[in-house]
Design a protein around this ligand. Structure first.
Ligand SMILES: *Cc1c(COP(=O)(O)O)cnc(C)c1O
Length: 223
């Protein structure tokens, strides 16, 4: 199947209320252009400089999403144009994004990445850190809009484990939405689900899926 056939199939499968982020990390610009020509406008990358090079070369109506762990000294590269940062995993990072957003006279949309997996290596905040950040840090960050949450399930074949993690994040999301964010129109996005688990994620309440290898083919190197 071609990239454009894959895009069309996924758009059909996930339905209107779920946003497809086509994860193009490590893939050449031609592949992104092909997906673009099929109508795809939202692309996810995990390296600031790689995303910026692609941003500069490709059509300007593409929405670029940063989905990978972001170092604070790289924020300046993406602040002028990034559409959504999925991977806010510390207060220090959020403050840096706010600073660079202000320099660029922008408000940057962010998702808080919540740690839901059993693996030690995964980045993210736990629930109490999220609540602390929202209540104590966010009020002073005028150039940040928190648009929702992002999570990555454990990399396992065990569907019950994944389902449990997705349901936990969905419950936390709904709780924040009706409490801390009850007056926010921005807090709407629950980003969960990748190539291997997106349909389960949608069943658990995801409204944004990040699909890479199932659209563009397997990557040559891992990050
Ligand atoms: C690479 C990546 C994806 C996409 O993974 P696939 O399994 O190729 O669909 C999704 N989310 C994040 C955070 C990633 O780093």
């Amino acid at each position: 199947m071609s990239i454009s056939e894959n895009i069309n199939n996924y758009l059909k499968q996930i339905g209107d209320h779920v946003t497809l982020v086509a994860v193009s990390k490590t893939k050449p610009q031609e592949d992104i252009q092909e997906a673009y020509n099929a109508g795809q406008r939202v692309f996810g990358e995990n390296k600031a400089q790689e995303m910026t090079a692609k941003y500069e070369a490709l059509p300007k109506d593409i929405k670029w999403h940063m989905i990978g762990h972001l170092q604070r000294n790289k924020v300046k590269y993406i602040a002028p144009y990034v559409s959504l940062v999925h991977s806010v995993d510390s207060i220090r990072l959020l403050k840096e994004i706010n600073k660079e957003a202000k320099k660029n006279n922008r408000i940057i949309n962010c998702l808080l990445q919540v740690y839901i997996a059993k693996e030690e290596s995964k980045f993210g905040l736990d629930e109490s850190e999220v609540i602390d950040l929202i209540e104590n840090t966010l009020p002073e960050l005028k150039n940040i809009k928190i648009a929702g949450l992002m999570g990555m399930a454990t990399n396992t074949q065990n569907q019950a484990t994944i389902e449990n993690e997705f349901n936990g994040l969905a419950t936390f999301f709904e709780g924040l939405k009706s409490n801390q964010f009850k007056d926010s129109t921005a807090f709407q996005t629950l980003s969960m689900g990748m190539s291997g688990d997106y349909s389960l994620a949608i069943a658990c309440g995801s409204n944004m899926v990040r699909i890479g290898s199932a659209i563009f083919g397997t990557r040559n190197y891992k990050h």
